[in-house]
Design a binder for this molecule. Structure first.
Ligand code: PLP
Length: 407
């Protein structure tokens, strides 16, 4: 009997994750042929020589002996208590260890929370551009992404009136990524108040992806959403991957706030889904109190004189020096999202551009359409390489764009 190939999940066809997609596969092939690439596609601090601070490493290694058993599905009490304490200090209403979930990175908690929330066909309001896991997890959990635009001409900030027009009786959640990946936008308090107001009037869950909450530039200040949300149900996500440069430890958290009567069954549903996967990685959880109670080392990198500050300046200068690029300077997070302009933008195909940059200049970026922006003329790079390498990269990018402009 002939064997036909196994069918896989159909909804996967609608899912994209270009950050590690086709171009990454091609990059591996080129590396296999001995090419030295500059990989700017992933916000992975460890790959650029950053290390988790020593006091976190000491907390992790010092507790290896206690890391053998499963923990409670929501995480180690000492880790949850440390997260709750930070949220109490921020003013998150009713923050306590019982309302904290520790996961294998924020990634797992995004999936668990959407799986807990959504019935087939229900809608989630997502930013465009988005961090594509949000779209993917919505689709795979049978929901429907509905995009609100964050336009460069508005500093990549959303328009609350547009968001409100997109609400339907099927809308369940409003996702806010702040500080934003991929754009670097940092949302002001007045805007966040408007978003809370929309969620309150339409009975939506606020989902605040705040994994970059400590990574800000040029005096920008982060405003957490949950304290403004008050009684409105809100899930706030954070973790060790970025601010503490420990991506590989896979530690993230979600804090559920809001009036328990309005939150309803969500806590129980997330707890049940957490229980089915038993628990998150344990060793990294021991580093959570060290991270949240210890010295804040990220500011040394983002303040003037710091490495991330210097790289961001080099990105801004590289865009300003190119007649083919424009940039809304990132206020936070680890990325820039430049736009291709002028002659070079005529008939622009962002995937073809990124492939050409890889093939001819050994630079790997993520095309803007990978962030669910149709017809994008943008690309995303991470701010993690040293400033000298950033300058070299912009010379190469400009070479490809100049060539295209002349063609
Ligand atoms: N949310 C955003 C906006 C991100 O950029 C990332 C990773 O890049 C994540 C969530 C997932 O982070 P992790 O699973 O490492 O905690």
């Amino acid at each position: 009997m002939p064997h036909s190939p196994l069918p896989t999940r159909e909804s996967l066809r609608e899912v994209r994750y270009d950050i590690r997609g086709e171009l990454s596969r091609r990059a591996r092939e080129l590396e296999g042929q001995g090419r030295q690439l500059v990989r700017l596609n992933i916000g992975n601090p460890g790959a650029f020589g950053f290390r988790a601070p020593d006091h976190l490493q000491a907390a992790l290694t010092g507790h290896v002996h206690a890391s053998d058993p499963y923990t409670h599905q929501q995480g180690l009490p000492l880790a949850r208590e440390a997260v709750a304490a930070v949220h109490r200090e921020r003013g998150t209403p009713n923050a306590c260890a019982e309302r904290v979930f520790i996961g294998n990175g924020v990634s797992e908690l995004i999936d668990i929370s959407l799986r807990a929330l959504l019935n087939p066909g229900e809608e989630v309001l997502l930013p465009s551009p988005d961090y594509p896991l949000w779209s993917a997890a919505t689709i795979l959990n049978q929901g429907r992404p509905v995009y609100y635009r964050c336009a460069p001409e508005n500093g990549f900030l959303p328009d609350p009136d547009e968001i409100e027009r997109l609400v339907t009786p099927r809308t369940r959640a409003l996702v806010v990524i702040n500080p934003n990946n991929p754009t670097g936008a940092n949302y002001p308090p007045e805007l966040l108040h408007r978003l809370v107001d929309i969620a309150a009037r339409h009975g939506l869950l606020l989902m605040a992806d705040e994994i970059y909450d400590g990574i800000l530039y040029d005096g920008a200040e982060f405003t957490p959403l949950a304290p403004l949300a008050g009684d409105v149900p809100c899930l706030s996500f954070g973790g060790l991957s970025k601010v503490w440069r420990a991506c590989g430890w896979r530690v993230g958290w979600a804090v559920l706030s809001g009036d328990p009567l309005r939150v309803g069954d969500l806590h129980h549903a997330m707890d049940l889904l957490g229980a089915m996967r038993l628990c998150a990685n344990v060793p990294g959880q021991f580093a959570v109190p060290a991270a949240l109670q210890g010295p804040e080392t990220i500011r040394e990198l983002t303040a003037p004189g710091g490495r991330l500050h210097a790289s961001r300046q080099a990105v801004i200068a590289g865009c300003a020096a190119s007649e083919h690029l424009s940039l809304v300077a990132p206020q936070g997070a680890l990325y820039a999202f430049p736009e291709v302009m002028g002659q070079a933008a005529e008939g622009f195909d962002d995937q073809a551009f990124a492939l050409e940059l890889l093939e001819t200049e050994d630079v790997l970026v993520v095309p803007g359409s990978g962030f669910n922006v149709p017809g994008s003329r943008h690309f995303r790079i991470t701010l993690l390489p040293e400033a000298g390498l950033v300058r070299e990269v912009f010379t190469r990018i400009d070479r490809v764009l100049s060539h295209r402009a002349e063609a």
